[in-house]
Design a protein around this ligand. Structure first.
Ligand code: NAD
Length: 443
């Protein structure tokens, strides 16, 4: 397909997902306009700054801006004028105080775009939504688009992982196209032509199935993590070792070792809210029992956070109040600056609330953490926060924390005590260096 035949793309919502999508698609040769309601974010992107931490993305943004194939705007009229295919990538967070998904941003995106659509085009939802949303939005789109605009809606759920977002976008495991017409399928195929050319497996299906694939996948991953963490609870009560248990399970390739690492559990802007919204939506449509286990998956996950604090307290002889605690990690996972529902910060804040003198360091998420939780104290390196600490707690498994030598840390702490919330350290090496080492589910 020649460049002239490539559809022109717009991406609505330029956060973690949308900015990555816009930049990667432009790098593949598409003409892309990214739109956001946040003018600060648009200014940054347009000037070549990625407003979040994502390896490889700043270099790709610089290249695509220079190529002239990517620009950013806050104007829906401009986006509508440009696009043959419009991707909706806005947030779908949890509603405050409820497990339900907040669809107000997705609705606002459709309401913002639809009245400006004047020619035949495809609107493609990528945001993660409760099943049934696409059918409703399709009605809304038809209602709000000017007569004769011939607008269709499709769903193309996104599976990228923060920290690997560029590679996941350019070389995804699979593409899912939820469509209602052959024309929509063809348009989507044109919008992903270079990726399909790689031989990427593609599932073409209806709208509800496409919506469900995403929440089913996240539910499976969350369940696998909570499964091994439930085993960690049993190990704690029996003196067994969950690391050895997980390793032995992983050799069975029907089970596999990925997402089978015990520890502090999952967080972030996706898994927790997606499983809650899925359980809520299933109850709403009368099939709550089918996924009621997701409530337990969530409960197991939350218990890991309180159990980590118990371990810290035990190491300190039963008292957190007044103790100096060095927290290594704030992001919900390594290679990200995302602190949405971050287990690390949840643990740090709870210990702070219990009177501990908490100091936090993270290689990428400090600015976000400082802005959101100014009540916590922060340091400039692992060594800095560990100085004079009564206990060190590893909460996010950044590579630089895995590489810390126990002998080096011994030089600065007040007491050699460490809780390894992510099973990231070599227990024997730390104990040999004179440290009291504790980890969830291990003797
Ligand atoms: P985000 O909060 O980083 O980005 C959302 C963006 O949408 C923000 O920049 C916001 O300003 C913008 N926005 C809100 N309302 C808008 C409107 N009416 N018009 C235009 N822009 C608007 O969120 P995210 O992490 O990028 O997630 C977006 C969606 O993608 C969610 O549904 C999420 O579940 C899904 N998803 C995220 C990831 C991920 O790793 N972050 C992976 C797969 C799927």
């Amino acid at each position: 397909m020649s460049d002239a035949e490539l559809p022109r793309l717009t991406v609505i919502g330029t956060g973690y997902l949308g900015a990555t999508h816009a930049i990667c698609m432009a790098s593949l040769g598409y003409d892309v306009v990214g739109l956001d309601v946040d003018p600060g974010k648009i200014r940054k992107l347009q000037s070549g700054e990625v407003p979040f931490f994502e390896p490889g993305l700043p270099e790709l943004l610089a290249k695509t801006l220079e190529s002239g194939r990517l620009r950013f705007t806050t104007s829906y009229a401009e986006a509508a004028e440009h696009g043959d295919v419009h991707f909706i990538c806005v947030g779908t967070p949890q509603q405050p105080g409820l497990d339900a998904c907040d669809l107000s941003y997705v609705d606002a995106a459709v309401r913002g775009l639809a009245p400006h659509l004047t020619r035949r085009c495809l609107v493609v939802g990528k945001s993660t939504v409760p099943v049934g949303t696409a059918a409703r939005l399709s009605g809304l789109l038809t209602e709000l688009a000017p007569a004769g605009a011939e607008v269709e809606l499709a769903w193309n759920p996104e599976f990228l992982r923060e920290g690997f977002a560029v590679d996941d976008t350019l070389r995804p495991d699979r593409l899912v196209f939820g469509v209602t017409t052959e024309w929509a399928r063809e348009r989507l195929a044109a919008a992903f032509a270079p990726i399909l050319d790689l031989g990427t497996p593609t599932v073409v299906t209806d709208l509800p199935t496409a919506e469900l694939v995403k929440v089913a996948a996240n539910s499976f991953l969350a369940t696998k993590i909570s499964y091994i963490n439930a085993m960690a609870e049993i190990c704690e009560a029996t003196g067994a070792d969950v690391r050895d248990l997980a390793q032995a399970l992983a050799y069975d390739d029907r089970i596999g070792g990925r997402f089978l690492q015990p520890g502090l559990g999952f967080g972030g802007g996706c898994l927790p809210k997606d499983i809650r919204a899925f359980a809520y939506r299933a109850e709403e449509i009368g099939v709550g029992q089918a996924v009621s286990f997701l409530r337990e998956v969530d409960a197991i996950n939350r218990r890991r956070r309180s159990r980590t604090i118990d371990l810290v307290r035990e190491l300190l002889g039963g008292q957190l109040n007044g103790q100096r605690v060095a927290c290594l990690g704030a992001a919900f996972k390594p290679n990200s600056d995302d602190i949405r529902d971050a287990p690390a910060l949840d643990v740090a804040r709870t210990m702070h609330g219990l009177g501990a003198n908490v100091r936090v360091y993270d290689p990428a998420a400090l600015d976000n953490a400082r802005r959101t939780y100014p009540e916590l104290r922060y340091g400039t390196s692992a060594m800095d926060v560990a100085r004079d600490a009564d206990v060190v707690v590893l909460l996010t498994e950044w590579a630089e924390f895995r590489e810390i030598q126990p002998e080096a840390l011994s030089e600065v702490v007040a007491h050699r005590r460490i809780v390894d919330g992510r099973h990231a350290l070599d227990r024997d090496a730390w104990r040999a260096a004179g440290w009291e080492y504790r980890a969830l589910g291990r003797p």
